[in-house]
Design a protein around this ligand. Structure first.
Ligand code: UD1
Ligand code: CA
Length: 481
């Protein structure tokens, strides 16, 4: 086998990663672009970009996009990578033809598929290093699959050789070739000069009338250039999502792997098969996740928490020692250490529940800060509200934050007590240590340490019932006689 030469340019080749992501994904029968379909809680393409940017900096990563390009670009613009437009999608080979100007100043081009999200950085590095050491024109990642249906087959020069003669697509394969279980994963390393020197030799005379990048293998063989294959260590890593069923299977594998990782880091997840945990979620040690919980987006949960069943948490931050009781919904909320939430609480964006605070059943909060040790335990709506420490918000309290046009703020200072069934009409402020009598409608600020009662005075009419009953009896008698 040829050895790597000791030329410095060969030791540090300039490497670009191209991600093919322009396809429509016809087999998904979807109006959304294929690579934006999600697995493990984020788009297919986002997984591939994450792996690529662990090998080369974002400035050297190029996603080739086409179908619904603007949406794809918008969804992934934060990654800092480059986008190349393939306006008409005429095959994987055509995708690289279109990206030529962006890529031909590099020494090596690694090509990934935007619909195969399990690719990991180590495998990309293996492909890169094997390719460099072998001086190949093209190196592809191969895998042995029990069921190779749908994949391109790798036809080797001989059984034991690492040299590849051709890749044949399923539709063009002979019955004998279809029996080959070694498949093309759709990840390649190319010598950039050779790739762009020969890419115009691709033809579209195949059942799909597309330019197949896979045909580069046979083109290079003909030109007496080296084509090699390196085997993926885990055949599952190459799984691509062409159909809904495949996407669901990929999602499942990804989430189960995530649960195993979280458990090896010290969290307990009971019945992980029933939980939906996205791949960017973080959970601290000794936290317990009960069955049927969903933890989504970039949620971070501290240690020693318990998240009880039927709770859905998205993009939230939860401190240590927090109890989330059954059936809560948290979205972009922060819960500080030692707080208790639920059952049946809804924390909407901008909710910040302070240390040791309590939010109870049928309480909804939005853009609301509940201070340390404060409580809102039953049937309450708190919107655009600033609540200090040690405040008690009685059952059925409502902040009236919306006047039909604009939102207004309610401030409740430290140690205040809001009696049950009160409405606080914002903008309004309840001062430090003040009391609001139960059933009040508070429209004016309440000074510190005072009592405000805003309700109709109770009247009692003694003997009223008896008198009414007597009158009714008399009139009934008059009718029947
Ligand atoms: C491809 C390979 C096949 C391999 C399989 C692995 C070809 C011809 N075949 O088949 O050998 O076993 O991947 O998963 O390459 N794309 C573009 N522009 C296009 C067409 C496709 O960017 O014009 C993108 C798609 O969005 C997708 C990727 O290229 O992300 C692969 O295309 P796809 O149609 O899924 O190829 P497969 O049929 O899976
Ligand atoms: Ca595919």
């Amino acid at each position: 086998m040829p050895k790597a030469k000791n030329k410095s340019s060969e030791l540090t080749p300039r490497i670009a990663i191209a991600i093919m992501a322009a396809g429509k994904g016809t087999r998904l029968k979807s109006k959304h672009p294929k690579v934006l379909h999600e697995v493990g809680g984020k788009p297919l393409l986002a997984h591939v970009i994450a792996a690529a940017t662990k090998v080369v900096p974002p400035k050297d990563v190029f996603a080739i996009i086409g179908h619904e390009a603007d949406r794809v670009r918008q969804a992934l613009t934060d990654t800092g990578i480059n986008f190349v437009l393939q306006e008409e999608q005429r095959g994987t080979g055509h995708a690289l033809m279109v990206a030529r100007d962006a890529l031909d100043s590099y020494d090596q081009v690694i090509v990934l598929s935007g619909d195969a999200p399990f690719i990991n950085p180590e495998t990309i590095k293996t492909l890169r290093d094997f390719h460099s050491s072998q001086h190949s024109a093209m190196t592809l990642l191969a895998a042995h699959l029990q069921d190779p249906t749908g994949y391109g087959r790798v036809i080797r020069k001989s059984k034991k050789s690492a040299d590849v003669k051709a890749i044949v697509e399923e539709k063009s394969a002979t019955p004998a070739q279809r029996k080959v279980h070694e498949i093309n994963a759709g990840f390649y390393a190319f010598d950039a000069k050779l790739l762009f020197g020969h890419i115009k030799e691709l033809r579209s005379d195949n059942p799909h009338t597309e330019y197949y990048l896979t045909d580069m293998a046979a083109i290079f063989r003909k030109a007496k250039k080296r084509v090699m294959a390196v085997l993926a260590s885990d055949p599952h890593e190459i799984l691509g999502g062409n159909t809904r069923a495949e996407l669901v299977e990929i999602d499942w594998r990804m989430r189960m792997a995530k649960c195993r990782q979280l458990m090896s880091d010290g969290a307990t997840i009971f019945y992980p098969q029933t939980c939906v945990i996205d791949c960017d979620v973080e959970i601290g040690a000794d936290t317990i996740i009960e069955p049927f919980v969903q933890i989504l987006g970039k949620t971070r949960i501290g240690s020693d928490c318990r998240i009880r069943s039927y709770t859905v948490i998205s993009n939230s931050v939860i401190g240590d020692g927090v109890q989330i009781l059954p059936a809560c919904v948290l979205d972009e909320a922060t819960v500080m250490k030692g707080a208790t939430v639920g059952p049946y609480s809804r924390l909407r964006p901008g909710s910040e529940i302070g240390e040791g605070a309590h939010v109870g059943n049928f309480v909804e909060t939005k853009k609301t800060r509940l201070g340390k040790g404060s409580k809102a335990n039953h049937l309450t709506y708190l919107g655009d509200t600033e609540i200090g420490e040690g405040v008690n918000v009685g059952a059925g309290t409502i902040t009236c934050n919306y006047d039909g046009e604009r939102k207004h703020k309610t401030v409740i200072e430290d140690g205040a007590f809001i009696g049950s069934d009160s409405t606080l009409v914002a903008p309004v402020k309840v001062g430090r240590g003040a009391y609001v009598g139960a059933g009040s409608c508070i429209t004016d600020d309440v000074p510190p340490d005072s009592l405000a009662v805003g309700r109709a005075r109770q009247i009692v009419k003694e003997g009223w019932v008896k008198a009414r009953r007597g009158a009714r009896l008399r009139s009934d008698k008059a009718v029947s006689s």
